[in-house]
Design a binder for this molecule. Structure first.
Ligand code: RET
Length: 271
């Protein structure tokens, strides 16, 4: 996947900030894995799955972002003549690993969301397949559209129409997903204890805001002024970094809190 990063030369700081962002993300996810492993025993048995899912999310993200880091390292080299980082002949940097990561994590995060909202049995399954199906479809549609990024940005001959076509389908799927998730929140919240409800509402808000960022980052190359700007490459990678840390770690910690608060109120009720 030839993302538009490959068509730009970078100042050293720009290259370095992106490399540090990868290093930061990998470290955050590896550290979060330890956190979820160590806090799981604060929740009662039936909520342990949410911690296990967070662990899956952390491992997959650590691996995929590490891949990006390796590619970034290999794909650019310092050119003393122009004092810029230029692409190494034959090497490519690709955001494709992000999509590979989301394809795992989006269904995982949505599953975790439904479990913490207290859905079980048939009701869980009915909501689960629609939500996770929409999530996976949204990512796959966007993944296909990504291949047309150099065209839409004007770096390569050819029509940018497929970028818009697949991107639009992905956006529509995203809105369907948000609608279903909102229904789940409405139906699930009253089943939670009053203390857990606040954390759950925050988790929902955080999901909406951080997930929108991914959709906006997709659109960046379609805006010529942004696509041609070396600084905007940095901004886009930082947007991904921010959205990743918030949608995986911050969201996961909030759901873990809901599970812990809920566990406490349930063991009080039974004891
Ligand atoms: C795409 C394509 C363009 C339209 C939209 C998109 C949405 C992506 C989202 C990704 C979420 C990823 C998460 C990862 C966490 O680990 C596919 C970029 C709307 C919402 C939550």
């Amino acid at each position: 996947m030839e993302n538009y990063e490959n068509f730009i030369t970078f100042g050293y700081w720009q290259y370095e900030v992106i490399r540090h962002a990868f290093g930061f993300t990998v470290a955050v996810f590896a550290a979060s894995l330890v956190y979820f492993g160590m806090t799981a025993n604060q929740a009662i048995q039936k909520y342990r799955t949410t911690f296990a899912i967070s662990a899956v999310v952390m491992v997959s993200a650590t691996i995929e972002i590490f891949q990006l880091w390796l590619m970034w390292d290999r794909a650019f080299v310092w050119d003393e003549a122009i004092r810029q980082m230029v692409r190494v002949e034959g090497e490519i940097f690709s955001n494709g690993y992000r999509y590979a990561n989301w394809l795992i994590d989006v269904p995982m995060l949505l599953t975790q969301f439904l479990i913490v909202l207290q859905f079980t049995g048939r009701e869980l399954f009915n909501r689960w397949w629609k939500l996770t199906g929409a999530g996976a479809l949204m990512i796959i549609l966007g993944y296909i559209g990504q291949y047309y990024e150099p065209q839409v940005a004007g770096f390569v001959e050819g029509s940018g129409a497929p970028f818009w076509f697949w991107g639009l389908l992905s956006w529509l799927t995203f809105f369907g997903l948000l609608f279903m998730a909102n229904e789940a929140v409405k139906d699930g919240l009253p089943q939670l204890s009053p203390e857990a409800r606040g954390a759950m509402t925050n988790a929902w808000k955080i999901l909406v805001v951080s997930w929108f960022i991914y959709g906006f980052a997709y659109m960046v190359p379609a805006v010529p002024a942004l696509a041609e700007s070396d600084t905007f490459v940095v901004v886009r990678q930082l947007l991904y970094t921010f959205a990743d840390v918030v949608s995986k770690t911050v969201f996961g910690v909030l759901l873990a809190n809901v599970a812990i608060l809920q566990s406490r109120s349930e063991s009080h009720a039974s004891g």
